[in-house]
Design a protein around this ligand. Sequence first.
Ligand code: 0L1
Ligand code: MG
Length: 266
Amino acid sequence: MMPPTLTALTQELWDRRSQGRTGPKLTELDPGLTLDQAYAIQDQLLAQTLAEGEQLGGRKAGLTSAVKMRQAGVDQPIFGFLAVGWALENGGTLPPGQLIQPRVEGEICFITGAPLAAPDCTPATALNAVAQVALGIEIVDSRYPGYRFDLPSVVADNCSSGAYVLGQGVPLGDLGHPDRLEAEALSLGRNGQPLASGVGADVLGHPAAALATLVRHLAGRGQSLPPASLVFAGAVTPAFDVQAGDTITLSSPRLGQVRCTFGATS
Ligand code: 0L1
Ligand code: MG
């Protein structure tokens, strides 16, 4: 039997997200699905998201730390997109039932001030284009039961993107030279209790390396990162399940605090 077309697989993932349900890995529907085809599905999901009136809110690098690679069982960074409408304001509440199986993770984020397009982009080049740095809580979600996937399946599923909360941006220049982001210690907490911690160096040695990797990935696909782009560099903590009513905080000495609550049905 012929495998489903990429358009049919895109529609399947689109329907799962909008109907709030999970289903088989895409590689169970098409065992020959390649990584390139998975990114093509992700592109189609982005095009459909924009066609529905959404705006591109940012990009994300995922699995840029050993702790996340181990948790996901995938051993290379992956890249996805974020829509403006998926953002939650700092301190906001995610309505109950909006996501299927939300998990939270703590990240360092960049807001760029200059275009980034070089296919050989280095961490130093990437950092030169950064205007602001912020903390971000990524709220991942998976359209596969229990987050059980493989590399093409998770890439096609837009790298488990769900929602996100961005903290207050700090101008890169205010962090000094060198910025010492590799030493920035992030603490993730739930309901006032510590959950996990990590440092910037957990992300490929320095989070700017994740930004550079994203730029090289985009350049390899004929795309670039325009100025004023938001980029989530990848988690320094594992991802944690959340329950209705939980309040999650992420804080670090120089980047402040970001917070969100998971709404409970009344
Ligand atoms: O942002 C991420 O690191 C997500 C990558 C996909 C793996 C997962 O669902 O945790
Ligand atoms: Mg993430």
